[in-house]
Write a protein that binds this ligand. Structure first.
Ligand code: ZN
Length: 444
């Protein structure tokens, strides 16, 4: 099957004005303006009204949190108080709740142009031991590439941590299940639909042994490592009190400062720490919406990237940044980064790069995130036919500056997943009804 996405209005890829030829799952040709495919095609898609981007890649999320968006008791709180308010609610998660939350989050992401999503699931109350398997099945049916990170917490409030005992697990259980889900779900090959990474919730919610053993397990199995780091100044102080050093020093001590790792947030670093992260090639999932809503701070993304760290974009969980819209997140990244670095240092092409190839690097994937021959055929395509775009000059800039947030077409691995702004084959109203009922039960 050969499809020609012909003559796009604009495209985020060098000299590709003639369009892109997709063969099976991958990009077979990138055509310069006026160019024609080298051989016959089965289908032509006229993209003359579409801005074509590589499929967007989300590097940090907590799908289950879609059930606690705008949750009244947690409103207007900063990170630690916010977490302490929500942990007892999340302790009520069931397999049904996680299934519907994952599907809803994936639907929301897909509609924003996201074709690959990383999720960080670290809440394992009794009965939810198969959380990763539930998410893998949901992603398979939704037709979105995922990196599912097997999270962990083994320090409850009794041990000096933040979560209640009912959502933490023992070290043996965590390590055995981490090995099990790698065996069961991780596909290392190009075009993999499901990959696994290992992800203690944060360095202060697990023991030193869990950090070290998790790093060893990830290295043995060639999978990635993920955690939250340096999100707030409170966390830095907590870490100094608990471990006698700053979070990045601790991370290095436990064998986590390397290019297998990507960190959520990465806000409160010194310039020396930024240089060390860059040198190590450790990735940063920049989550501007959550950072603004929880008043956490401003990630030094431009400096991190300049020092060699891959920078990607994450929407974060839907209880901190209550929307899972990757285009909105990219726009917020542009705005907040300009506040730090000025207009000339950060452009719409920078944030689009972070949301695509930068995110792919964080996830250690070189088969996605770019429109180039041999890459997976993943595209997010936006029409500029709403009032918000009318009169726009530069079409590529317009998708960020005018606030595009709903894709007209999305292709994942050569197949159309969004057509005319709707997810193909999904009963969206039925999913929302099921999700709303679950949210009501969980927060009752
Ligand atoms: Zn998070």
């Amino acid at each position: 099957m050969r499809i020609w996405i012909k003559n796009p209005l604009a495209v985020l890829a060098g000299d590709t004005g003639g369009g892109i030829v997709v063969e099976d799952h991958v990009i077979a040709e990138c055509l310069s303006p006026g160019g024609n495919p080298a051989s016959a095609v089965d289908e032509i898609f006229d993209a003359s009204e579409h801005v074509v981007l590589p499929g967007l890649i989300n590097t940090h999320h907590h799908f289950y949190q879609t059930l606690t968006r705008a949750y009244g008791p947690a409103l207007d709180k900063e990170l630690f108080d916010w977490l302490k308010t929500l942990y007892p609610v999340w302790a009520g998660l069931t397999p049904e709740f996680l299934d519907v939350a994952s599907r809803l989050a994936l639907a929301e992401l897909l509609l924003s142009g996201c074709t690959t999503a990383a999720d960080h699931h670290y809440v394992f109350p009794d009965g939810l031991e198969d959380a990763v398997d539930i998410q893998a099945a949901a992603a398979q049916e939704m037709g979105v590439w995922v990196t599912l990170t097997r999270g962990s917490m083994n320090l409850s409030v009794e041990d000096g941590g933040l979560p209640p005992r009912s959502v933490v697990q023992g070290a043996d259980v965590i390590l055995a299940d981490s090995a099990r889900v790698i065996d069961a779900c991780h596909d290392p090959s190009p075009g993999a639909m499901i990959q696994i990474a290992l992800a203690p919730c944060s360095p202060f919610s697990v023991t030193r042994e869990i950090m070290m053993d998790t790093a060893a397990l990830a290295a043995d199995n060639g999978v990635g490592l993920h955690t939250h780091l340096a999100e707030t100044e409170n966390e830095n102080a907590f870490c100094v009190e608990m471990f006698g050093c700053r979070p990045l020093d601790y991370l290095e001590q436990v064998g986590w400062l390397n290019d297998r790792v990507w960190l959520a947030h990465g806000i409160h670093f010194t310039s020396d720490e930024i240089a060390r992260i860059g040198k190590a090639g450790t990735g940063i999932a920049h989550c501007p919406g959550a950072n603004m809503l929880l008043a956490s701070g401003l990630c030094p993304a431009v400096e991190l990237e300049a020092q060699g760290a891959p920078v990607g974009i994450g929407v974060d969980g839907s209880a901190s940044e209550d929307a899972s819209n990757l285009m909105k997140e990219a726009r917020q990244a542009l705005q907040i980064q300009r506040l730090r670095y000025g207009a000339a240092q950060v452009s719409h092409t920078d944030v689009l790069r972070w949301a695509t190839s930068g995110s792919a690097k964080c996830l250690s994937r070189n088969d996605i995130g770019e429109i180039a021959v041999g890459k997976q055929a993943d595209f997010a395509m936006f029409k500029l036919d709403e009032p918000r775009f009318s009169g726009a000059g530069d079409a590529l800039a317009a998708v960020i500056l005018c606030g595009a947030h709903r894709a007209d077409r999305v292709m994942v691995g050569g197949g159309w997943r969004v057509v005319d702004g709707q997810i193909a084959g999904l009963d969206a109203a039925g999913l929302i009804a099921r999700h709303r009922a679950a949210a009501k039960l969980l927060t009752a």
